[in-house]
Design a protein around this ligand. Sequence first.
Ligand code: MG
Ligand code: MG
Length: 277
Amino acid sequence: MAFGQPRIEYKSNSEILKMREAGLVLAEALDEAVAAAKPGVTTASLNEIFGKVLERHNATSNFLGYHGFPANICASVNHEVVHGFPSDYVLKDGDVLKIDGGAIVDGWHADSARTVLVGENIDPEDKRLSEITEQAMWAGIAAAAKARFVGQIGEAIDDYVTSQPGDELGILEDYCGHGIGSAMHMAPDVLNYNAGHRGPRIKPGMALAIEPMLVRGDIETSVLEDDWTVVTNDKSNASQWEHTVAFTMGGVWVLTAHDGGAAGLAPFGVEPSPILP
Ligand code: MG
Ligand code: MG
């Protein structure tokens, strides 16, 4: 998403450690919401489960009340891409659910999203969509570890997606990743495609939410009358995966992954570079 503040915020080590606390709470809250996302369950109940984990850790939601957003998570199903409301919608076998959530600890934010393939009867093309979106996120994070400019993240995501065999997936251009820290959405924008410009220089102390959104069809989207829910115009299914990543002296640290990104980065020959408390 494109959000105002042009100045990039650089975090101290102790501030990044606070963001890590928020990231770990968020990872646990997403674990529980994802585990509960079964056929027959409402998306509102996932919102409650997520909120209880935040409460348990004295963390707060950065989604609830954000420009009037009514919930702790976005729950977007099938052709809904992002920003869907949790509701009394009952999940069905084969649904493609995106859960996007955030947490604040001591004023420091984390933001992360996962795609859940609900139940057993999954369309193989939806499975492929989610897998390529998740791997594209990791390709972007791995590239970030060695990149000099923010634009190289989108290039890596774009290269990964377009190099996959089979039907080419669409990369949404209307929405993008973002800087994060003392607020959820900060400068700079982190595009998910090769925009042909390098963007700001990457420096230690930056933190970015990297969040590719891919679709099986055309990339044109609309916002529903609720003023939030983003849907694909051709009703094709969408996937979103997101992590909050901090730049440290040695590379990247994935704040919203329990292992700091070790497993996701390993196939790219990259190790996370955590800050030691
Ligand atoms: Mg998010
Ligand atoms: Mg985000």
